[in-house]
Design a protein around this ligand. Structure first.
Ligand code: AMP
Length: 279
């Protein structure tokens, strides 16, 4: 496995044999089974797989969240090596955003609601860094987790709109045994908070059950999730949504498909999760 901070090394390795197909997995490190599931999918689909590890300051709208973001590069590299990853880029902030950097990628509409509303500037940071990562690696396929459902919608829009030559592949959410979606931020939960955290997936699952039983009102499903979350006083709701999976606009009535999603605070940790309902 080649590990480098330098763009020239990544490019050289990528184009060493142009007949080989490449997959790219963008990450912010502190890797867990969720990231590794993307790695395994990419290894099945491509001849070679690259991983980027970069905590992108541009996508953090909260300095405290950035400061508390966990790091363990040595552990990450040992996990990636074990999986058989070929190339890792772990650039410095100065490499990604040199002194005179002044370009950013902004999207309309799909970046407005949900995470976009709760975290102003977040998706400008995401779109800008993903554009750079795709340009550095020039992968045939780029892998994202459904865990960050809006991120997938935003990245797909950008790739289509700007004609990036890569296929976006979405992988399912990997969960702990009790349903909690795996996340690097989970390590910041207290042991008490960790016990409460599965309520996020439980509330989504309750709404899914109601949908399966015939409920089609967006408001009724939002209320189901809200009631469950409010039963736990240590949870503060950031948003609860029942939206169209493509436009991300809130739905009054579910016709066919819906994205149930939420963000909550627990122990100052922001947890997000979602379930897709499709017929
Ligand atoms: P991050 O390091 O949090 O930026 O995540 C890097 C990639 O891994 C993103 O595409 C995430 O959506 C994906 N990811 C993170 N957690 C999970 C999970 N629990 N299941 C599936 N994918 C995940």
């Amino acid at each position: 496995m080649i590990v480098s901070q330098h763009i020239a090394d990544i490019r050289r390795e990528r184009w060493h044999d142009p007949s080989l197909t490449w997959g790219l997995i963008p990450t912010m490190g502190y890797l867990h089974e969720g990231h590794l599931s993307l790695a395994r999918q990419a290894l099945r689909d491509n001849d070679r797989v690259g991983v980027s590890i970069f905590v992108n300051p541009l996508q953090f709208n909260n300095a405290d969240d950035l400061a508390r973001y966990p790091h363990d590069i040595e552990h990450d590299l040992s996990l990636l090596k074990k999986e058989g990853i070929h190339l890792v880029w772990d650039p410095t902030v100065e490499t990604v955003y040199p002194k005179n950097f002044q370009t950013s990628v902004m999207l309309q509409h799909v970046t407005g609601p949900l995470e976009g509303a709760a975290r102003p500037g977040h998706f400008e940071g995401v779109a800008t860094v993903v554009a750079k990562l795709i340009n550095v690696f020039q992968p045939n396929r780029t892998y994202f987790g459904q865990k960050d459902a809006q991120q997938v919608v935003v990245v797909k829009r950008m790739v289509d709109d700007l004609n990036f030559n890569t296929e976006i592949v979405t992988c399912p959410i990997v969960r702990e045994a009790d349903g909690l979606a795996m996340s690097s931020r989970n390590v910041n939960l207290t042991s008490e908070g960790r016990k409460i955290a599965p309520i996020v997936f439980q509330s989504l699952s309750l709404a899914k059950q109601a949908y399966k039983a015939g409920e089609r009102s967006g408001e009724a499903l939002r209320q189901t999730m809200k009631t469950k979350l409010n039963s736990e006083p240590r949870i503060t709701i950031d948003y609860i949504s029942v939206a169209d999976p493509q436009t991300l606009e809130e739905l009054n009535v579910i016709q066919e498909r819906a994205l149930l999603s939420m963000a909550v605070f627990l122990d100052k940790v922001r947890l997000i999760d979602n379930i897709l309902l499709d017929g």
